[in-house]
Design a protein around this ligand. Structure first.
Ligand code: NAD
Ligand code: UDX
Length: 465
């Protein structure tokens, strides 16, 4: 084990920012430098108003306020940070490829390769390089090859240390992680590197929670963990469709099966469909890897998780259209929520985007309120799909800052995100504000059906007839 004084993290995103802030808080003797090529993002991380940090996570601004300028630094000086650090975390984005071989499935590793080449070029002393990004199994081999063949003759140890934080609970997940996974070579120097990284986490986590494996098991475990979690959501969503046909209640079914300790109660909330930057991307990557080894049945098995998720989003949109007398053309539909889950401003792959797109195809007028997502983000999410021109999107969509403005004269409300504030609204006042019959489509199952019925709403709750 070697003591580390300086670490750097390449990539100041949803993982790099919170992870490094928590390391800085728990390891005051280590200097932590987070670097990114995105100047705007770094400026926001350095903004004196902590409410303007580029990422919203409960508890994050307090930690950044406590550590920034002491042992936590944000900058765009990537080369300098690499040169000075003894340990380098790579936490850049690894999106699904949008071109060439593997388009639509494989992970795009161009940002990872750029980082590896940059580290090789700049490093003048031995480094431990840590894969924090989620990567296809066997990527460490490619990184090692680039570092060894283009470097300055210094020694590199490559570790895989995937991140399991979930957005909205990132700080708590990091502070009280169920486990830390560290994969590395089973050589003497590999073991030393693994122990060095373990030492960092042992500053605040019990040693028993730090698991060491070979590098390939670690890389693969990350994809598999996300695939298992997403599979549970798709499984319960498949059941929700059956519940709606049979008068069963999906919440009761979840509770009944979740009481079996072999099944467990977590991740069994039926919804309008899972979103987020990870589940779909990582399953597609798993499918691609299985296919590339000729394992067609394995690939098809995991692909079904995504097919079911797409079905759930489409089913929700179709239900709105058919319930509103088979036409939403010119009708005002209020969306409560745009983020892919509560307590985050992240909208990547949010179900709301796809439900909105389906309704816009039918010429609906959508008015959106989300407590943390900006107007600019909502428009760019829809523009990115390319279904219609940016001008048309702006014509059909309105984004408001007051939730009561969103429901004024609306034909229907669709609850897309489970923000706590939606539960606390004065639903009687909302009913008065809307056109009649007033429809509510609850894609997150957050409201009480009896109460909504008694107010007079035509209330539809996913997974319940
Ligand atoms: P992100 O897009 O929020 O952040 C990535 C950052 O890397 C961006 O700011 C980008 O500018 C920067 N970057 C890209 N190339 C760079 C380069 N060559 N030099 C310097 N900076 C560069 O992504 P994220 O959500 O933080 O995800 C990062 C990785 O972590 C991905 O592999 C993802 O799958 C994984 N992951 C994400 C989550 C999550 O909840 N978001 C959870 C676990 C794992
Ligand atoms: C996920 C993993 O949980 C995390 O370990 C990994 O590091 C990154 O990917 P994240 O995508 O941030 O985290 O959030 P998560 O809480 O997993 O939710 C993902 C999606 O599933 C959200 O849209 C959420 O609303 C949905 N979901 C989750 C359900 O619909 N039902 C559930 O029971 C749980």
């Amino acid at each position: 084990m070697r003591k580390i004084n300086k670490i750097c993290c390449i990539g100041a995103g949803y993982v790099g920012g919170p992870t490094m802030a928590v390391i800085a808080k728990n390891c005051p003797e280590i200097q932590v430098e987070v670097v990114d090529i995105n100047q705007k993002r770094i400026d926001l991380w350095n903004h004196e108003n902590l409410d303007l940090l580029p990422i919203y996570e409960p508890g994050l601004k307090e930690i950044v306020g406590e550590t920034r300028g002491k042992n936590l630094f944000f900058s765009t000086e990537v080369d300098k940070a690499i040169e000075e650090a003894e340990m380098i975390f790579i936490s850049v984005n690894t999106p699904t490829k949008t071109y060439g071989k593997g388009k639509g499935q494989a992970a795009d590793l161009k940002y990872i390769e750029l980082c590896a080449r940059n580290i090789a070029k700049v490093a003048k002393t031995d480094k431990i390089v840590v894969e924090k990004s989620t990567l296809p199994v066997r990527t460490a081999g490619a990184i090692k090859s680039i570092l060894d063949n283009t470097g300055n003759g210094v020694n590199f140890e490559i570790l895989s240390n995937p991140e399991f934080l979930a957005e909205g609970t990132a700080v708590d997940d990091l502070m009280n992680a169920d486990r830390i996974l560290i994969g590395g070579d089973e050589t003497e120097s590999g073991q030393k590197a693994k122990d060095t990284l373990s030492w960092i986490y042992e500053h605040w986590l019990p040693k028993e929670r730090i698991l060491q494996t070979n590098v390939w098991s670690s890389e693969l475990s990350k994809l598999v963990a996300n695939a298992f979690l997403a599979q549970r959501v798709s499984s319960i969503n498949a059941v929700s469709a059956l519940c709606e046909k049979t008068d069963a209640n999906v919440a009761e079914v979840s509770k009944a099966i979740g009481h079996d300790s072999r099944i467990g109660s977590k991740f069994l909330n039926s919804s309008v469909g899972f979103g987020g930057s990870c589940f779909q991307k990582d399953i597609l990557n798993l499918v691609y890897i299985a296919k590339s080894y000729g394992l067609t049945e394995v690939a098809d098995y995991w692909e079904q998780v995504i097919i079911m998720n797409d079905y759930q989003k489409r089913r929700f949109a179709d239900n709105i259209i058919s319930t509103l007398y088979n036409t939403v053309s010119g009708k005002k539909i209020c969306f409560y929520g745009w983020a892919f889950k509560k307590d985050t401003n992240d909208t990547r792959e949010s179900a709301a985007i796809y439900v909105a797109d389906a309704l816009l195809d039918e010429q609906a007028q959508i008015v959106i309120y989300d407590p943390k997502v900006s107007e600019e983000t909502i428009y760019s999410d829809l523009d990115y799909l390319g279904t219609r021109s940016p001008e048309e999107n702006r014509k059909l969509i309105k984004v408001v800052k007051d939730p009561m403005d969103a429901n004024k004269d609306a034909h229907a409300i669709a609850i897309m995100t489970e923000w706590d504030e939606f539960r606390a609204y004065d639903w009687k006042a909302i009913f008065e504000n809307m056109l009649k019959p007033a429809f509510v489509f609850d894609g997150r199952r957050i409201l009480d059906k009896d109460k909504m019925d008694s107010i007079g709403f035509k209330y539809y709750k996913i997974g319940q007839s």
